[in-house]
Design a protein around this ligand. Structure first.
Ligand SMILES: [Zn+2]
Ligand SMILES: [Zn+2]
Length: 280
């Protein structure tokens, strides 16, 4: 496994910040995560990222803006979301990122079937801009409100509705699985889910993991990440990491860190140690 983190600093600094914390995988935002405005990236910055990354040889994931909702019932939000995703994927392709990780969005009460009708044409436009190098990964959701992707059923339904698109994959988040009711600390539950995923989507489509502990209980649908070993998953996160079929994947931390400033070297070290204990 390649252990890394969501790194601050965007296109200009994320790789350096990742290297400083010993990250073997770097996830980044290519815009401020809390505003719609998409920056005009200086082509020289993108080129510098690309060459630095080639030297470092680390997998790179771009995380989409949190405001994006490709199932939004509101037309204005929907079209802003599509525009943002197109710009995000275009930038990720220039960076030669391995994937863009996307939260599918929320139907905000309209129901899953209605959401699917909004979602499919939007995601198709985004997938059109991906390429063989840079995929789109759907992340499973914590299941709060009307969020889409709360279960394997929903992810598989979206995958099928998109015609099993050749550049569409999945990223599974341990905290989101746990709070949506999947006990990833139980080896048989976790391997049953992966077997199910293999049959309905294909394990080769699982391209990244997010390793986060959870502050909220199993099945609570509350998206509250905790530091490694400090939450309700605790040592059980080792079960999530130890599955033999996942050992080639990049693993990204999205934890608050001791100081609330996000992942750091200490969290990556704890994750590596947990994995070593669980696989020894
Ligand atoms: Zn995540
Ligand atoms: Zn989360």
């Amino acid at each position: 496994m390649l252990f890394g983190a969501h790194c601050p600093g965007g296109v200009k600094k994320a790789l350096d910040n990742g290297a400083a914390m010993g990250a073997e995988t770097v996830q980044l935002f290519v815009q401020s995560p809390r505003t719609w405005r998409f920056p005009e990236h200086d082509p020289a910055d993108l080129e510098e990222f690309r060459s630095k990354r080639e030297e470092a040889g680390v997998p790179v994931l771009v995380h989409a803006l949190y405001l994006v909702n490709l199932a939004a019932p509101d037309d204005a939000i929907y079209s802003k979301s599509v525009d943002t995703m197109r710009a995000t994927v275009d930038t990720a392709c220039v960076l030669e990122a391995d994937a863009v990780v996307l939260h599918l969005g929320s139907h905000l009460g309209a129901g899953f079937e209605t959401a699917l009708e909004r979602l499919v044409p939007a995601v198709e436009q985004v997938l059109d801009r991906c390429n063989d190098r840079t995929w789109l990964l759907m992340e499973n959701s914590a299941g709060a409100g009307g969020t889409i992707g709360r279960s394997l059923d929903e992810l598989a339904a979206v995958f099928t509705a998109l015609g099993r698109h050749e550049r569409l994959g999945v990223c599974l988040d341990s905290c989101h699985l746990f709070v949506s009711g999947v006990d990833v600390t139980d080896a048989s539950t976790w391997s049953a889910l992966l077997e199910d995923l293999d049959q309905r989507i294909g394990l080769d489509r699982l391209r990244a993991l997010h390793a986060n502990d959870a502050k909220a209980p199993l099945g609570s649908n509350r998206d509250r990440h905790d530091n490694i070993g400090e939450g309700l998953i605790g040592e059980g996160l080792g079960v999530f990491l130890a599955h033999p079929k996942l050992q080639a994947l990049p693993v990204v931390l999205e934890v608050p860190g001791a100081d609330g400033k996000g992942p750091n070297a200490d969290e990556i070290r704890k994750l590596r140690e947990l994995h070593a204990r669980a696989t020894s």
